[in-house]
Ligand binder design. Structure first.
Ligand code: PLP
Length: 401
């Protein structure tokens, strides 16, 4: 058993040791080992003879079989992510976060099933429910992210899965995950969580009763805005179903990208701490500004999700929103366009700060979005927060011009 399999280790140590199994980092014939699992690029795997080929035809995911089933670089990343999530049986990797979400929903749902989907979910997750899932005979009911134990009233005999995203990545409501998972377990319904905002460092999802946890590794795990990938990590009960579906769907990830993700993973703890601290400094500055309506950040004491966040999460990442009080969209555009240290771009979780306008009213169906003030989303990076604050001050001034 590798060092990374030791559940007594704390998360920061697991980040450093995860996936570095001796059989993936060394070869006795070379007389030593390297620190990082090397990049094993492969489509074809060579067998010693036909007996060997036949034996490995039933290989599990950590024996060389065929490139699509991965090589040690891929397994090392999956293994490291599994180790980070207490209660996990295994992790599957997908070419993007969206691919991971879609593959998980497809694996766990069948025609005739009913899905409960949180109303503030990332838009492509909704598009998949309203598109392919609907075509395959799965019905979706959207629910209020603040529903908590009230989810019980929405469960029907056909309900097979409750999907959660907390905090929502545009509007930052915090869900009462323990209340929802307790009811789901009682009623025999599975739960799946988009945990990209928190990662298992700030919210170990399976320990809170979630069955499948998803991350867009593109964000904080990669951390450098140069690679895309998604993951599903699951309990022992759900794992075989997910893995079988993954083999049938045939998606595979590049070992080069896995090496980039592993590199990001090693520093996730320190980066996330700094993203969180910088983000809170900027958020607190925004709270005091007269041009700002609301700051949507669960780590702020005045935030509606603060109590649940404080109970369930061990820290904050650097993604949050704020509204511009009493102005129109043109003013928001002037503000964003005048920022020098924030890139205008989708995605988040990289070392560099990003800004986007967001318009949740057009996306939600179960709950309205009644705040008329234009909303802005910030992904706070690793710059000095004083420079970011000076930049935002410039933006707010430009807005009034
Ligand atoms: C909350 C959330 N989930 C999933 C995704 C999808 O991840 P990817 O861009 O890797 O497909 C995103 C991307 O922005 C996201 O914000």
């Amino acid at each position: 058993m590798s060092k990374s399999n030791d559940d007594s280790l704390r998360p920061a140590t697991k980040l450093v040791q995860g996936g570095r199994r001796p059989e993936w980092t060394g070869d006795p014939r070379l007389g030593g080992s390297v620190v990082n699992p090397p990049v094993w690029r492969a489509s074809t795997i060579l067998y010693d003879n036909i007996a060997d080929l036949k034996a490995r035809g039933h290989a599990t995911h950590d024996k060389l079989y065929y490139g699509r089933r991965g090589t040690p670089t891929v397994w090392a990343l999956a293994d490291a992510l599994t180790q980070l999530e207490p209660g996990a049986e295994g992790t599957l990797l997908y070419p993007s976060g969206v691919a991971a979400n879609s593959a998980g929903l497809l694996a766990l749902l069948a025609p005739g099933d009913h899905l409960l989907m949180v109303d503030n979910a990332y838009e492509p997750t909704r598009l998949f429910c309203n598109g392919l899932l609907k075509r395959y005979g799965v019905t979706t009911t959207y629910y209020d992210p603040l529903i908590g134990a009230g989810i019980a009233d929405l469960i029907t005999p056909a309900t097979k899965l409750i999907f959660l995203e907390s905090p929502g990545s545009l509007t930052f409501e915090v869900q009462d995950i323990p209340a929802i998972t307790a009811i789901a377990r009682e009623r025999g319904v599975l739960t799946m969580l988009d945990n990209t905002w928190a990662t298992p460092l700030l919210f170990p999802a399976l320990a809170h009763g979630i069955d499948v946890t998803m991350m867009s590794l593109t964000k904080y795990v990669g951390g450098h805005s140069d690679a895309m990938m998604g993951s599903l990590t699951a309990t022992r009960a759900v794992w075989p179903k997910l893995r079988s579906a993954a083999y049938q769907l045939g998606q595979s990830v590049s070992p080069d990208d896995c090496a980039l993700m592993l590199r990001g993973l090693r520093t996730l703890d320190v980066r996330l701490q700094r993203h969180g601290e910088n983000g809170l400094m900027v958020a607190n500055w925004l709270v005091a500004r007269p041009e700002v309506g609301r700051v949507l950040h669960p780590a702020l004491p005045g935030d509606p999700g603060h109590a649940i966040w404080g109970r369930d999460f061990t820290g904050t990442s650097g993604l949050f929103g704020f509204t511009l009080k009493g102005v129109d969209e043109a003013a928001r555009t002037r503000c964003i366009d005048s920022l020098a240290h924030f890139g205008i771009g989708f995605s988040w979780g990289g070392f560099e700060s990003l800004v986007v306008p967001s318009d949740p009213a057009t996306i939600r169906t179960a709950t309205g979005w009644t705040d008329l003030d234009p909303l802005v989303r910030l992904s706070i990076g690793l710059e000095d927060p004083a420079d970011l604050i000076a930049d935002l001050e410039r933006g707010l001034r430009a807005m009034r011009a």
